[in-house]
Design a protein around this ligand. Structure first.
Ligand SMILES: [Zn+2]
Length: 162
């Protein structure tokens, strides 16, 4: 998934969200979705106090920026399933909101696997935080690293069984 704008990990004020569903084995794009709450034509005329003329308006989202991601994900899964394919495993980041929305909206069980790149990034951030906060010896840093890795492996295993 991609944001038009994302200031930090906590700021979700993007005006659009793009998602792509890719087959794990085929590596091919299965679905594509865009949610946007902005339109240049509408904004241009609205800012002038005018009613926008008839146009191919792409605005399709009125909710919060944060809710765009889960909506795009659900739409893509439904689109693929309309083509008689069933998504039973999703490999994605660890956004619990998106997964919760998918499970609410899809009638069959959907399992989530953690995306390796997101997991690596999370591990790196945690290790850097441990090193900074403890200012510790290599042995203690190793123990912290081992514990964090064990926690991530456990989390991944739990994701696979949920
Ligand atoms: Zn428009």
């Amino acid at each position: 998934m991609g944001w038009q704008k994302r200031g930090s990990g906590r700021a979700y004020d993007s005006k659009s969200r793009v998602g792509t569903l890719i087959g794990n084995k085929s590596g091919k794009q299965c679905a594509y979705g865009v949610k946007t709450k902005d339109c240049r034509m509408c904004s241009f005329h609205t800012n002038k106090g005018q009613e926008p003329p008839k146009h191919d308006c792409r605005k399709n989202w009125l909710g919060s920026s944060k809710a765009m991601e889960s909506s795009v994900a659900v739409d893509m899964i439904k689109e693929v399933e309309e083509q008689s394919a069933e998504d039973s495993v999703l490999i994605m980041d660890d956004h619990t909101t998106t997964m919760a929305r998918i499970r609410q909206s899809i009638s069959h069980p959907v399992h989530k696997w953690s995306d390796l790149n997101h997991t690596k990034n999370t591990l790196e951030i945690v290790c850097m935080h441990c090193k900074k906060s403890t200012n510790t010896s290599p042995t203690n840093a190793y123990n912290l690293f081992r514990n964090v890795l064990a926690m991530l492996l456990y989390k991944t295993k739990m994701n696979q069984t949920n």
